[in-house]
Write a protein that binds this ligand. Structure first.
Ligand SMILES: Cc1cc2nc3c(=O)[nH]c(=O)nc-3n(C[C@H](O)[C@H](O)[C@H](O)COP(=O)(O)OP(=O)(O)OC[C@H]3O[C@@H](n4cnc5c(N)ncnc54)[C@H](O)[C@@H]3O)c2cc1C
Length: 230
């Protein structure tokens, strides 16, 4: 295997979005380029052990920083590394990698994500709307467990207000209390999406499998369904 170039860059900022979701920004090295939706691999050293962990870029390529949404898993190696990271600490990463990118034009775009799966999808949607000025209908279904797990709803609202061709639906699989929005799994709301165009899915293996099967049942061609599995 050809060794990948390693990049070093300082952490810019981090903040907790929910009880287990961290938003992380690192400074973008000057010559680092990527396509919206790609991922990088953080090189994480712990004593003699080095592990690589993939994280999708939530930023779009015209952004000066690199942004990530990372789910913190208790005891996880990347999770522990991110929890201990302070602004200005240097991170090492390889990449960019991945083919979860949007190259189609002149067709509606539909996106489905759960949890941290929003990362590459946010990167692609903002790239389409803000950089490529894509005028096609773009809809996003975002699923999380409960109201306390919702994050980035302000930026989704701001994007929808700024771009009339963009809309989004948040659905809770385990709603509690006074939630009056959509409920159920993301697949319950696939009927809200256009019946044609390209479909981008990102999340855990079960979600991607179920959403893909639902789209195939609706006669969407497999070549129009793109996915990234975390
Ligand atoms: C292409 C790609 C892009 C990715 N992008 C992102 C991203 O943008 N944001 C993000 O948060 N993750 C992303 N992931 C997942 C990420 O790479 C790590 O696998 C994940 O963060 C766990 O890493 P860790 O080192 O903290 O845990 P590990 O040390 O690898 O695992 C610790 C324990 O947690 C379990 N575990 C692993 N993942 C989960 C999980 N999701 N839920 C519950 N238990 C788990 C493991 O089985 C193990 O028992 C991506 C993965 C791929 C392949």
């Amino acid at each position: 295997m050809i060794a990948q170039k390693e990049w070093k860059s300082p952490c810019l900022s981090k903040k907790m979005l929910t009880k287990d979701m961290l938003e992380l920004h690192i400074i973008r090295p000057e010559s680092f380029t990527y396509a919206a939706g790609q991922f990088i691999q953080f090189v994480i050293k712990n004593g003699d052990e080095t592990v690589l962990r993939a994280f999708s870029l939530a930023s779009h390529p015209a952004q000066p920083d690199l942004e990530f949404s990372t789910k913190l898993i208790p005891g996880g190696r990347a999770s522990t590394f991110f929890s201990n990271l302070s602004p200005e600490d240097e991170v090492v990463f390889q990449g960019p990698n991945g083919r979860f990118i949007c190259t189609t034009e002149n067709q509606p775009l539909s996106f489905i994500a759960t949890g941290a799966g929003i990362a590459p999808i946010w990167g692609i949607i903002t790239d389409e709307l803000m950089n490529k000025k894509n005028p096609q209908p773009i809809h996003f279904i975002f699923g999380v467990r409960s109201e306390a797990d919702i994050f980035w709803s302000e930026r989704l609202n701001a994007l929808a207000n700024a771009h009339p061709n963009f809309s989004f639906t948040i659905t809770l699989s385990q709603p509690e209390g006074s939630w009056s929005g959509k409920t159920g799994r993301v697949t319950t709301h696939v009927h809200l999406l256009p019946k044609h165009g390209n479909f981008y899915l990102c999340g855990n293996p079960d979600m991607v499998k179920d959403a893909r099967a639902t789209l195939l049942e609706k006669n969407i061609s497999p070549t129009n369904i793109h996915f990234e599995i975390f």
